[in-house]
Write a protein that binds this ligand. Structure first.
Ligand code: ATP
Ligand code: MG
Length: 329
């Protein structure tokens, strides 16, 4: 089942801007048009983690805001769970974490969740049980009685996640859930997203942190300047071909390392270890054989595939044009 479907979704913002500096009018434009989203056609299948990726200004938030009916599309259509936008029964099954959520920071963690639980019309007993469960899921049980204003950025993001899961949503939409978090915080959010898929939910999230998305997404869509550049699974998008082999050896004399280095792309020597990078399998196998023969030790041998980051630079880094207009997902 297609949980999210967009067909030729487009959004043109009309900016009416008056810039004032030191009491003087500096910039003034009326009716300036920004095509934030151009002909976006894609779908998200039930039970998958789908990443909406792209650099700043790509149109990720715009697409999400249209799905949430915070903004309205200029052209095109969108469906959630097979129904046109605006269906209240569908809305009840959606959880949403906006890009820069604003929370009432004088409320304590549990009060905040209780407030939203009441908005959902959840009975008191059910609210209590669900809040306890969610605080545990996002690792905030210890901070339940702390006002939100004492929360760190990571804690804020996690309480926001708990909030968007209160209604036991079938579809979870998260706009940059990992933004502003340190690597540990990003891992925690990744783990929560993976857990949501295990529970059978569908997750659509946006990010510009490609490595985070690469680790957890079943499929991704790449947006650039409002256009869909590509969409597919990691396997489909990334070249399956191994790009290079990284070999780390130790216990070899300098002369031996020099010999091994003759077939390598790069050699780095530090603290008794040498890192050698080879471009083909034959060369790395030969180097492994020679290392063992010379009495050295193989510390590691890592075939390195193209990353989403490499792919992204290949696609849009050089200013490449999107592959196809509104290509079907
Ligand atoms: N409310 C608005 N009014 C006018 N222009 C807007 C509005 N919201 C976004 N835009 C413009 O639309 C384009 C897409 O913005 P959007 O916020 O959707 O990008 P994004 O991919 O979410 O970027 P980011 O990674 O920075 O969050 C940008 O050029 C932005 O300036
Ligand atoms: Mg955004």
């Amino acid at each position: 089942m297609k949980v999210v479907e967009t067909i030729g979704l487009s959004k043109t913002y009309v900016q009416d801007f008056l810039g004032v500096e030191y009491g003087r009018i500096k910039v003034r434009f009326r009716n300036r048009k920004v095509e934030a989203l151009k002909d976006l056609t894609l779908s998200v299948e039930e039970g998958e983690i789908f990443g909406l990726l792209g650099p700043n200004g790509a149109g990720k938030t715009t697409a999400i805001k249209i799905l949430m009916e915070i903004h309205y599309a200029t052209r095109g259509k969108a469906y959630l769970m097979g129904r046109p936008l605006g269906d209240l029964r569908v809305k009840r099954r959606i959880g949403f974490l906006p890009e820069n959520p604003y929370f009432y920071d004088y409320l304590k963690g549990w009060e905040f969740l209780d407030f939203y639980g009441q908005l959902y019309g959840m009975p008191r007993g059910a609210r209590r049980a669900r809040i306890e469960e969610l605080l545990h899921l996002v690792g905030l049980s210890h901070a339940a009685n702390l006002p939100l204003k004492g929360y760190s950025k990571g804690m804020n993001q996690r309480i926001g996640l708990a909030q968007c899961l209160l209604n036991d949503p079938q579809l979870v939409i998260l706009d940059e859930p990992q933004s502003g978090l340190d690597p540990l915080g990003r891992k925690e959010v990744r783990d929560i997203i993976l857990r949501l898929r295990e529970e059978g939910r569908t997750v659509l999230f946006s990010s510009h942190i490609l490595s985070d998305a690469e680790m957890i997404c079943d499929r991704v869509a790449i947006l650039y300047k409002g256009e869909l550049v590509d969409v597919g699974s990691m396997n489909e998008l990334l070249s399956a071909k191994t790009e290079q082999y990284e070999l780390v050896v130790s216990g070899l004399a300098e002369a031996e390392i020099e010999k091994l280095g003759s077939g390598a792309r790069r050699v780095l020597v530090s603290e008794g270890q040498a890192l050698l990078i080879y471009g083909d399998e034959g060369s790395v196998q030969e180097a492994v054989r020679r290392t063992i023969q010379a009495g050295g030790k193989i510390e590691s041998m890592t075939p390195r595939k193209e990353s989403l980051e490499d792919y992204f630079i290949r696609q849009v880094g050089g200013g490449a044009r999107p592959r196809s207009k509104g290509g079907a997902a």
